[in-house]
Design a protein around this ligand. Structure first.
Ligand SMILES: [Zn+2]
Length: 86
């Protein structure tokens, strides 16, 4: 099921739910799919954050020289890392 359809099912108003066993099974499948998607996104976020931390460790700069373009990149990378660690 596409993410668009998944969001459609997850956001379906309660009034639209039927109490049939098939409907319950399908909803349960979508909840499981959503949980797996969240876990996958968390793993990707962790991997990207670690990659960013590695970049900062290897190439980060805080010299504050006006001509240094890595200082800005380093500051922004650290902001992303801090936001992802909350
Ligand atoms: Zn610098």
């Amino acid at each position: 099921m596409s993410d668009l359809m998944l969001h459609g099912v997850l956001n379906m108003p309660v009034e639209s739910w039927s109490d049939s066993e098939l409907d319950k099974i399908q909803r349960r499948d979508r909840y499981t799919q959503a949980s797996e998607l969240i876990l996958e996104l968390e793993r990707k976020n962790t991997a990207l954050t670690e990659e960013l931390q590695s970049w900062v460790a290897q190439h980060g700069c805080e010299c504050q020289h006006p001509a240094c373009n890595r200082c800005q990149d380093t500051m922004e990378a650290k902001q992303v890392i801090n936001a992802n660690q909350k």
